[in-house]
Ligand binder design. Structure first.
Ligand code: ZN
Ligand code: ZN
Length: 345
């Protein structure tokens, strides 16, 4: 905070509030200042806030906005420069806050918030690892029961059920299960299509353990894959290997993205990969760092992120392989271990 020239920060994004206070509710605001930490919630959450926080001053906003209560609380008494995250504060809420705090200077502290989220404590990394392990157990179970005739939507429901059965709190996001020509829909929603022999089936799912998320993708084939699919799968796998091999502590994320794209180019498929190579993962499914051509981030120890190259031919097929990695002092550690070859079910 002092680094950034700030006396206090105002936090309105729920997962960052959780990280700073332990409170897991979906609404409220927190302030971290030199004189301590304040959490303001509304009456729905007062008991929960008491149970979940420790050494945090608590207030409940009854019949008024949390911003008004924060402004009146006195926590900013000696603070002149206040950091906010413009991406997570609406203009109307900012106005209430600023009106209640005359003579204060507000600064966007997005970079500081990103750093706080991107570099994880060992306990956070351990939670992501547990979430990844649960999803991999679910993937193994799923491959055992997959057979022609099943509908995408029923398989997705089974993923949700298996996540809970194996100890997760919930899915990390709505599971993606796509089959046949629908696999080219990058973030498609599972539908009523029934899988058939010769189809690719793409799974992209994750779960939540202690608030931390997993996110893995595998593409499998039902029966035998036609040559076009085998070749594209090899290209995606080669791009994944090249990307992982290019990761060293401190590497620019854009360079890692470029190694995947250069590999796909050798297969003539670089124009079939329209999304970023990866993203940070933690309390949110997408958080810093960004691993994309335009990223300014560097991959430094403590970061947890995905690597997920793909190839998509509209109306024909799509293939993606996604792993979760942790950056350590000695280099990257891949924490998802499910087989990456084109598995025939
Ligand atoms: Zn994913
Ligand atoms: Zn992802």
């Amino acid at each position: 905070m002092r680094h950034a020239g700030l006396d206090a920060v105002y936090v309105s994004e729920p997962t960052t509030i959780r990280l700073l206070t332990g409170f897991t509710g979906s609404s409220g605001a927190a302030v971290v200042s030199r004189s301590g930490t304040l959490l303001v919630t509304d009456p729905r959450y007062s008991e929960q806030a008491e149970r979940e926080t420790h050494r945090v001053r608590l207030c409940t906003a009854v019949g008024e906005t949390v911003e008004r209560v924060v402004a009146r609380s006195g926590i900013f008494r000696r603070a002149r420069r206040i950091g906010i995250d413009e991406r997570h504060l609406t203009l109307s809420r900012f106005r209430i806050l600023a009106d209640g705090l005359p003579r204060r200077r507000f600064r966007d502290a997005a970079a500081m918030f990103d750093e706080l989220r991107a570099v994880k404590h060992p306990a956070e990394i351990a939670a992501v690892k547990r979430a990844v392990a649960v999803s991999e157990t679910v993937l193994r179970a799923l491959l055992q029961l997959l057979e022609p005739g099943m509908r995408e939507r029923d398989i997705a429901a089974e993923i949700t059920r298996l996540h809970i059965e194996h100890g997760a709190e919930k899915d990390a996001f709505d599971p993606i299960v796509l089959s046949g020509p629908r696999t080219s829909l990058i973030h498609g929603r599972p539908g009523t299509r029934r899988i058939r022999s010769g189809d690719l089936v793409l799974f992209d799912f994750g779960c939540t353990v202690e608030g931390y998320r997993s996110d893995i993708t595998r593409t499998v084939v039902i029966g035998r894959a036609r040559p076009e699919l085998r070749r594209a799968h090899s290209a995606v796998l080669a791009a994944r290997e090249a990307a992982v091999a290019s990761i060293t502590a401190g590497v620019p994320a854009a360079d890692v993205d470029a190694s995947a794209r250069e590999t796909l180019k050798r297969f003539g498929l670089d124009d079939r990969f329209p999304h970023a190579l990866g993203h940070g993962i933690g309390l949110s499914i997408h958080e810093p760092p960004r691993i994309a051509p335009s990223s300014q981030d560097r991959l430094i120890p403590g970061m947890v992120f995905t690597i997920e190259p793909g190839v998509y031919i509209p109306r024909r097929f799509g293939i993606r392989i996604e792993d979760v990695l942790v950056m350590t002092e000695r280099g990257p550690l891949v924490i998802s271990h499910a087989p990456r070859d084109l598995i025939a079910v």
